[in-house]
Write a protein that binds this ligand. Structure first.
Ligand code: PLP
Length: 389
């Protein structure tokens, strides 16, 4: 049987896959089973930070594989310890817990928030505020945190203790803080799955002030926005706030599964022995790869992200057939006049691979995509949007 038939027969039917099998890749280019070349504009949903088969990352991962692949968290391992130090040095965080996905990083943050509240406010302050239109994961608890009813349907009863406030509406946040016994608010600074919408900076600053006023933790979900994607190592660094916890995953591992929950001053000693854990968390191969990613997200690389971002915004804004361009850095949403699914399939025919977010075309290219490939991809998007109004 061919891959597609095997998959249809034996893999759980949870994904609406495109009719495309990727068989290899090189940097920002990927190839399908017929040998057709595409410019990759989605990097496995913001995962392949430096594109496919990045040689520095491959070297870091294979070096570690030749030493040992896993030990359990009963022993010390160098890649895990070094990655934690690197993340703390670059953010001001004090401690890191490693898991294997974004959902797991958020689960950790929720446990930290409730544990912190039980020590500092009282057990009854268990409520966590999240924003409408947010996305925080697929486990029952992170699904409960996700502020979109469509994801909740069929899975009741959800985890208790989540209340939802309106994004970009400070009064709504203050109302939820004052009417519920809360421990934290969790929010994405650019709502990714929600349509690539950046929160308004005044709102974010205001939420940070309200967290001070109500003694609630400020938790930033940087699963998608983090690791250079938005033009700073973490997106919160351009909002003038200091979070109490950040979570990240996706681009951190450069292609291997890893998630991290970073705890700042208030929460650095909240987790204690036996209160949390993970068999695979801090896996040495994933951590070695992640070190090679984070070490390279420096000023030069980030300037390159901003340059590419500006190029995309300037080229697409006011182009015929495009209603709006949203997002931050290389996390971009494009609202088209024509039907987005039609536009997406035409883009694929012409050899580029964007994805969707709600009713928008979503771009998450490699942070180092060569300018000539990016220009070619942008011209194709303009052409397809213009021809399919
Ligand atoms: C993707 C995503 C998650 C979930 O991450 P998984 O690795 O799929 O569990 C959580 N939060 C945000 C903001 C995301 O974009």
């Amino acid at each position: 049987m061919k891959t597609k038939d095997l998959d249809k027969s034996f893999v759980a039917n949870t994904y609406g896959r495109f009719d495309l099998e990727i068989t290899r890749g090189n940097g920002s280019l990927v190839y399908d089973s017929e040998g057709k070349e595409y410019i990759d504009l989605s990097t496995g949903i913001a995962v392949n930070t430096f594109g496919m088969c990045d040689p520095v990352w491959i070297n870091a991962v294979t070096n570690q594989l030749n030493k040992y692949q896993h030990t359990s968290n009963l022993y010390y391992t160098e890649p895990c310890a070094r990655l934690a130090r690197l993340l703390c040095e670059k953010t001001g965080a004090k401690k890191v817990f490693f898991g294997n996905s974004g959902a797991e990083a958020n689960e950790c943050a929720i446990k930290v928030a409730r544990l912190w509240a039980s020590e500092n406010k009282g057990d009854e302050y268990f409520n966590v505020v999240t924003l409408k239109n947010s996305f925080h994961g697929r486990t029952i608890t992170t699904l409960s945190a996700t502020g979109q009813d469509v994801f909740h349907k069929y899975f009741n009863p959800l985890t208790d203790g989540f209340v939802y406030a309106e994004a970009n509406n400070l009064e709504s946040v203050e109302k939820t803080f004052s009417e519920n016994k809360c421990c934290a608010i969790i929010m994405e600074l650019v709502q990714g799955e929600g349509g690539v919408v950046a929160l308004n900076p005044d709102f974010v600053k205001g939420v940070s002030d309200l967290c001070q006023k109500y003694n609630n933790l400020l938790v930033i979900d940087e699963v998608q926005t983090g690791n250079g994607r938005c033009g700073t190592l973490y997106a919160y660094q351009q909002y003038g706030i200091t979070p109490d916890v950040i979570t990240t995953a996706k681009g951190l591992g450069g292609g291997l599964p890893i998630g991290a929950c970073l705890m700042f001053d208030k929460t650095e000693n909240t987790l204690k022995p036996s209160l949390h854990g993970s068999t695979f968390g801090g896996n040495p191969v994933a951590c070695a790869g992640a070190i090679s990613i984070i070490e390279r997200i420096d000023k030069d690389l980030l300037n390159g992200v901003l340059e590419r971002s500006e190029y995309i915004f300037n080229s697409l804004r006011n182009s015929k057939g495009i209603k709006s361009v949203s997002g931050l850095g290389l996390m971009i949403g494009i609202e088209t006049e024509g039907d987005v699914s039609v536009i997406l399939s035409k883009c694929m025919e012409k050899g580029i691979l964007p994805i969707k977010a709600k009713n928008k075309l979503r771009l998450l290219p490699p942070l180092n995509i060569p300018m000539d490939q990016l220009k070619k991809a942008v011209e194709i998007i303009k052409e397809v949007a213009r021809e399919n109004i």
